[in-house]
Write a protein that binds this ligand. Structure first.
Ligand code: NAD
Length: 481
């Protein structure tokens, strides 16, 4: 049994209550680790540690903070393989994805923000020889970071790297379903000599550990990535206490395929966009709109290539889809397929649980599922399923597909496939989404703003947007004469 601990004031500690939560390997269904079942007492200790560390950390020169973060980036890279294996075991995702994309990206986030702060400057506004205004961007204080289970270290680092780089101290609460790589990061931070209290990681549930972090009066900002419902709960709390809040929430993203697209590229990328990480990425394209003239051919090829995807042991390099995060989540996704059937949908492939032989016999696996024949307004096309389930839908005209694409409460991302550059730009302007990919998917340049509209979130992180969120802006006006 592996034991995970909190990271408070530079030390690894159990929850003060001594309570533990079992953590399950989704690929086997077996309990393999225990994490602290932290509560408000642990949150209080962590916030106090962060508050005590803030004066010194925030007054360090940018270069000194940068050096600490670069050491953490190096440590992640040096431990890439063990972090990738841990992420795969904790989450059920294919090891290849953790090894080639997610863990390297966590290191990149630290490196990116460590160097960004060396190039930061702020504005000055001169009014002749009478007044000079300049802008100070100062760290906020203690920042609370709450992150989900689907891309654990990737999303944790996306939040804490800019917060620390900007001079804040952080209390982070990773998902209780995937605590392992956050714990390993704590050990790497100790080895890198990060001063105690600058980063604190509290493990535990949303209710017992997440909520007290959001409510704590010494926490001045909350950065949250997770479900829309949880985001609404957090927003209610932070609104009444006027905390700076960034919310990155759910999605129901359209992939729009015009007949003049690069067919093979659109086909292979839309399949990847549908089923990467078992469909458990907020940016997955789960509603696919295909121009009517190629609908039959594209649907047949989509289903054929989906059937060829390998569902299996996440540690096996040939696996395309690993296990879903939990039995409850698998049941929820299967229930959505049942709803789709009741709504009149035709299941072209998948739709069922799958048993993987050998050590993964008890795991939570499901076949990738493709459904057609559903109207835009049905539950299947409206609700985020967050699993390996997509719908294929025909459209006739550009204006019609824009209406379909925008007809959900979400607005995170969209992908457009066409060789007509004018059409691509017209759609990019009118699609209700925080990110529009044209002839690609999930290209994520760290300099670009990231976030959603409507129920997909409030605020932007990434690049300068993140450094702005994690600082308070002050205008200083100086009379010259
Ligand atoms: P979730 O909302 O259930 O949990 C997210 C985090 O919030 C966890 O750490 C959880 O413990 C914590 N939490 C739960 N209730 C809380 C409360 N009342 N107060 C404080 N913290 C609380 O989400 P999840 O199931 O872990 O993740 C899946 C969701 O995340 C999906 O909806 C997905 O679209 C979304 N997501 C969004 C993005 C994005 O960038 N927009 C990225 C990844 C995932």
């Amino acid at each position: 049994m592996k034991i995970i601990r909190n990271y408070i004031s530079g030390e690894l500690r159990s929850a003060e209550s001594g309570a533990w939560i079992d953590s399950v390997n989704p690929a086997t269904g077996e309990i393999y680790s225990q994490l602290p079942d932290s509560d408000q007492t642990d949150i209080h200790l962590a916030v106090a540690a962060a508050k005590a560390a803030f004066p010194e950390w925030s007054s360090l020169q940018a270069e000194a903070r940068s050096n600490f973060l670069l050491k953490i980036a190096d440590a992640i890279e040096d431990n890439l393989e063990s972090l990738a294996v841990a992420e795969s075991i904790d989450n059920g995702k294919p090891l290849t994805a953790a090894r080639t994309l997610e863990i390297p990206r966590a290191a990149k986030s630290f490196r990116f923000f460590a160097t960004a702060i060396l190039h930061e400057s702020s504005e000055a506004h001169s009014a002749g020889n009478e007044m000079l205004n300049y802008t100070l961007r100062q760290p906020i204080g203690v920042v609370g970071s709450i992150s989900p289970w689907n891309l654990p270290l990737y999303l944790l680092s996306w939040k804490i790297a800019p917060a620390l780089a900007a001079g804040n101290c952080v209390v982070a609460k990773p998902s209780e379903l995937t605590p392992m790589t956050a714990y390993m990061l704590a050990q790497l931070c100790i080895d890198a000599g990060l001063p105690g209290g600058v980063l604190n990681i509290i493990q535990g549930t949303g209710i017992k550990a997440g909520a007290p972090l959001v409510e704590h009066s010494d926490v001045k900002a909350i950065t949250f990535t997770g479900g829309t419902k949880t985001g609404a709960t957090i927003a209610r709390t932070t609104a009444s206490t006027f905390k700076k809040t960034s919310l990155e929430l759910g999605g129901k993203n359209p992939t729009i395929i015009f007949a003049d697209c690069d067919y093979e590229k659109a086909l292979s990328t839309s399949i990847r966009a549908a089923f990467a990480n078992q469909g458990e990425i907020c940016l997955c394209g789960s509603r696919i709109y295909i121009e009517e003239s190629i609908f039959d051919r594209f649907s047949a090829d989509f289903a054929k290539n989906t059937k060829a995807l390998v569902v299996g042991d996440p540690l096996d390099d040939s696996t395309d889809l690993g296990a879903l995060i939990s039995n409850d989540h698998l049941e929820k996704v299967l229930h959505h397929v049942q709803i789709a059937r009741e709504e009149g949908g035709s299941v072209l492939c998948g739709g069922d649980r799958i048993s993987v032989e050998g050590r993964c016999a008890g795991g939570y696996f499901m076949r990738p599922t493709v459904i057609t024949n559903l109207p835009t307004q049905c539950t299947t096309n409206q609700e985020e399923i967050f699993g390996p389930v997509v719908t294929l839908n025909p459209f006739k005209t550009e204006s019609e597909v824009v209406k379909y694409a925008n007809a959900t409460k979400y607005g995170l991302s969209a992908s457009v496939w066409t060789s007509d550059v004018h059409c691509a730009h017209r759609l990019a302007a009118v699609l209700e989404a925080g990110v529009v990919w044209i002839n690609c998917w999930m290209e994520r340049d760290l300099r670009t703003p990231f976030g959603g509209v409507k129920h997909s979130g409030v605020g932007r992180e990434g690049g300068w947007e993140a450094l702005r969120f994690f600082t308070e802006t002050k205008n200083v006006c100086l009379a010259i004469s």
